[in-house]
Each structure stands twice: as structure tokens, then as C-alpha cells.
Design a protein around this ligand. Structure first.
Ligand SMILES: Cc1cc2nc3c(=O)[nH]c(=O)nc-3n(C[C@H](O)[C@H](O)[C@H](O)COP(=O)(O)OP(=O)(O)OC[C@H]3O[C@@H](n4cnc5c(N)ncnc54)[C@H](O)[C@@H]3O)c2cc1C
Length: 301
């Protein structure tokens, strides 16, 4: 029995091979995952990590794919995507919620609202999962996940052991953290402030409309391509001032509404998006001396 048959036998329909990842990235692009694993629960995830470690199978975790470009040749090794049991919301205390790492940010925002907990409103504007939001320290309009995070539960890929990491032990950066790459977040504890459902709903609606005005929707994108330099010096300004906003590579284009949003206009390849990224980066550097840093993650070969 070969490696694939062994794993298929052990993990059944949670494990598959040659899975098209374009369905799992908001760019709607990218090649296949050599192996794809969707754990049913924590125990199965740990069991899989132990099996993968034994045969030196590389693993990578994907959230909702709203910040990830998958290369055209796909990903070698196993892509792990947490299954529906990792999507849950639970009230722990009157201001504290625990949510599964695969829970969509919007769902977390609504759960907090339904329990009269404020400070989660910004999550209603971010399309990813909570696991991805922690890794990216996602946020908008002066809020980010670090402001409401209490702790995370993770499985360490190196020793396949579960542990809890408290807020104090994480260094949060602008759109990132110092968390090592060998951790899979399985759940997250967040703390807000008791308020009133109607007030919270009003703020959510305000933020969503504000976002709709400044950012495109209904397009194949992963949001901001580059990190802002500062509040005053935004990536989109540098892109526009350097005359890059009409650049295109095949069907990889830049949004007219927000020139830090790169998009797949239908038939782009991931390589087109990467070429566009590099062209913009080079031009902005030549014109302004600023070296733009990627906000989106690129995976694959
Ligand atoms: C239209 C649009 C608007 C956006 N607006 C914003 C915005 O306002 N503010 C903002 O900050 N971002 C924004 N984004 C970007 C994106 O939504 C966020 O970065 C989001 O938090 C990513 O979550 P995800 O689950 O999709 O992560 P993915 O893209 O799947 O992964 C991102 C990173 O997190 C890691 N990861 C994911 N889940 C886990 C886990 N369980 N354990 C360990 N690592 C994990 C991945 O390995 C990867 O490194 C926008 C994107 C789009 C498409």
C-alpha cells in the first residue's frame, strides 16, 4: 500500500489528493494541493499531524483564503483546512466569547451583537476566518483583533500538542504577529464590552457602508495587496502617485475604486497577479524610494 492509500484508509473522506485550490482563494486562482485535509475535529487533526510528521509530509494551513494567492503550480504537501466543527461561537462570560478558528469574522461580529457585546463591529467588514484574522492582526477603522483578543488555543505542528497562548505572550504588529509558522490556531477567546444590540447594529451598518464607498465588492481579490507605510502614507497613494493604477498583466488588474486592491478580471493566472505585484513594487520603489511590503500571502511552487 502506498502513502496515499495509507492516509486515505486512515482518514477517509477528510483526506483527498489533487484538490483544486482556486475554489479556496478569493482570487479564484491557483493550482492543486497535492493533498488536502479537512479535519473533522481536534483529535483527528492531531492524529493527522502525527502521521504527516512520521513521513515528513509538509503541511500548511489555509483559512478562508481571503488573503492568500495560490501559485499556478499548486502546493506540494498537505493543505489543511479546518472543517465545520471548528466553526462555532460560545458565550463564556457576559463579555467574553470563545469561537472556533474557522468561524467567519462576520459571524463572530453578529454573535457578539446578539449578546450585546460591542468592540467586535469591525469584524463585520472583514471577509476571513478568525484564525486568519489573528495571524494577520486584521482590522479596519482603527480597530484590530489585538484589541479584543484574550488568548488562542493552538496545536503545535512540531510536537502535535495543544496549548493556550495568552494575549500578553503575543507581539502584535501591523497586519501580523510574532507567532511562529508551526502553529495551527483551533479556537480564540475574545473580550468586548457590554453595550446595546441596537447601538452595535447601527455601528456595524455604518462601517459596512463606509467600506462599500471606498472599496470594491463582488470582485475576485484578496483585499489590500500591500501594507500601508503609515496612516498618512497609504500604499494606494504611492501606487497612484507612481502612475501604476492602470497597470495590468493579462487579466490581472488594479481596481479603479481602490488601487491597492489587485484583481482577477476573469481569466488571470496567479503568475499574472505576481507579475503585476512585482511591476508595481519596482515602479513605486523607483519613483518614491519606498519598498512596498506584501500584505497578502503567496503559497505554492
Ligand atoms: C474584499 C476584501 C476586503 C478585505 N478587507 C480587509 C480589511 O479591512 N482589513 C484587513 O485586515 N484585512 C482585510 N482583508 C484581508 C483578509 O480578509 C484578512 O487578512 C483575513 O483576516 C484573512 O483571513 P482568512 O481566514 O481568509 O486567511 P487566509 O487568507 O486563509 O490565511 C492568511 C494567513 O493566516 C494563516 N491562517 C489562517 N487560518 C489559520 C489558523 N487557523 N491557524 C494558523 N494560521 C492560520 C494562513 O496560513 C495565512 O498565513 C480583505 C480581503 C478581501 C478579499
Amino acid at each position: 500500500m502506498n502513502l496515499n492509500e495509507n492516509l486515505i484508509k486512515k482518514f477517509g473522506d477528510s483526506f483527498s489528493r489533487n484538490v483544486n485550490l482556486s475554489n479556496y482563494s478569493w482570487f479564484n486562482l491557483g493550482g492543486p494541493a497535492e493533498f488536502f485535509f479537512k479535519p473533522k475535529d481536534k483529535n483527528q487533526l492531531i492524529e493527522f499531524l502525527i502521521a504527516a510528521k512520521k513521513i515528513n509530509l509538509k503541511t500548511i494551513i489555509l483559512g478562508a483564503g481571503s488573503n492568500t494567492l495560490v501559485r499556478d503550480n499548486g502546493v506540494k504537501g498537505a493543505v489543511i483546512k479546518l472543517g465545520s466543527n471548528f466553526s462555532f461561537t460560545k458565550l463564556v462570560d457576559k463579555e467574553i466569547v470563545e469561537v472556533g478558528a474557522a468561524t467567519l469574522d462576520r459571524k463572530v461580529a453578529n454573535f457578539a451583537k446578539d449578546n450585546d457585546i460591542s468592540n467586535f463591529e469591525f469584524l463585520s467588514c472583514i471577509p476571513g476566518s478568525i484564525g486568519g484574522a489573528v495571524i494577520m492582526n486584521s482590522g479596519c477603522y482603527d480597530d484590530d483583533i489585538s484589541k479584543i483578543l484574550l488568548s488562542i488555543k493552538v496545536i503545535d505542528i512540531n510536537n502535535c500538542i495543544e496549548k493556550e497562548i495568552k494575549y500578553e505572550d503575543i507581539k502584535f504588529l501591523y497586519r501580523g504577529t510574532n507567532l511562529p509558522k508551526n502553529l495551527i490556531i483551533i479556537s480564540v477567546k475574545l473580550k468586548g464590552k457590554i453595550s446595546n444590540k441596537n447601538k452595535i447594529e447601527k455601528k456595524q451598518i455604518e462601517l459596512i457602508s463606509k467600506k462599500k464607498l471606498s472599496q470594491p465588492s463582488q470582485i475576485k481579490t484578496c483585499g489590500s495587496t500591500f501594507k500601508n507605510i503609515s496612516k498618512e502614507k497609504k500604499a494606494w497613494m504611492l501606487i497612484k502617485d507612481s502612475g501604476c493604477n492602470e497597470f495590468k498583466e493579462g487579466d490581472a488588474m488594479i481596481s479603479e475604486k481602490h488601487c491597492n486592491f489587485f484583481l482577477n478580471n476573469g481569466n488571470a493566472k496567479s503568475a499574472d497577479i505576481e507579475r503585476l505585484i512585482n511591476k508595481v513594487k519596482k515602479t513605486v520603489y523607483a519613483k518614491t524610494g519606498v519598498n512596498l511590503e506584501l500584505e497578502i500571502k503567496i503559497i505554492g511552487d
